[in-house]
Design a protein around this ligand. Structure first.
Ligand code: ADP
Ligand code: MG
Length: 237
């Protein structure tokens, strides 16, 4: 308001605008600026690795992914319902891209989002534990309406680290949403969580109320680079 009032006041005077109209315009500007700032802050706090949104995602590249259903999730009801989401498929099929786009959509709806890779999250959990601030870190994670855990399965963890991750996931059960991406089918998660009992307990909670998308297809990057190679040279034929 302090940045804009003089300009608006001059305009109002020139156009003989009533005071109420001036005040309304000034207040609307302030409200819009505040909500834009709050959104920018939510996106910063989410710590997305890249800025990827639905506008740059080509659904035709992966026809097995149900576009309508994914876009429905982007409307955010699944978060209100405390549902989870799993994106399962090989490398390069757009899992991180979709996870980020869903996270951005949630930020726009006023939700708090945190994005981690599985390895990064486990590192931070362990560090927090060593520094006797695990409770505080868990509290921060708990305040996120949506926790995104990307790339589960590329690394397997020690038993202690797997237990930390299990604790985070299990704590959210039916209270807050989780979005997990993995290159491993559920049947192979035992490799990550060291032991069938813990894996079974985790999967039971995770998949109870969960939207699961299998993103099976060729790597988008690989396909794009093959296309580029196959295209005839532009000059000289
Ligand atoms: P994953 O996480 O499954 O390994 P990424 O989401 O990192 O895959 O995708 C790899 C790259 O390809 C990224 O730059 C991503 O934006 C792009 N990409 C993947 N699928 C698509 C798609 N269907 N449309 C547009 N870009 C895509
Ligand atoms: Mg990825």
């Amino acid at each position: 308001m302090s940045a804009e009032w003089e300009k608006l006041a001059r305009e109002a005077a020139t156009h003989n605008e009533p005071y109420e109209a001036f005040l309304l315009r000034l207040t609307e500007l302030e409200v819009a600026a505040r909500s834009a700032n709050a959104l920018a802050a939510r996106i910063r706090a989410a710590a997305f690795p890249v800025a990827k949104d639905f506008d740059t995602y080509d659904f035709s590249a992966l026809p097995s992914l149900p576009k309508q259903k994914v876009l429905e999730l982007a409307r955010g009801e699944w978060l209100e319902q405390r549902y989870n989401c799993c994106l399962i498929g090989p490398v390069g099929t757009g899992k991180t891209h979709i996870a980020t786009a869903l996270g951005l959509a949630a930020c726009r709806q006023g939700q708090r989002v945190r994005f981690f890779t599985a390895a990064g999250l486990v590192n931070q959990l362990e560090e927090a534990q060593q520094q006797h601030r695990l409770e505080r870190f868990l509290g921060q994670l708990d305040r996120a309406d949506l926790l995104i855990c990307d790339e589960l399965g590329y690394l397997s963890f020690s038993r202690a680290r797997a237990e930390l991750l299990f604790q985070v996931f299990a704590d959210r059960y039916e209270r807050r949403s989780l979005l997990i991406t993995s290159n491993l089918a559920f049947g192979e998660w035992g490799q990550v969580f060291q032991g069938e009992r813990m894996t079974a307990a985790l999967l039971d909670r995770l998949t109870h109320r969960c939207h699961i998308f299998e993103m099976n297809g060729e790597s988008y990057r690989f396909k794009e680079s093959m296309k580029a190679k196959k295209e005839p040279p532009k000059k000289g034929k």
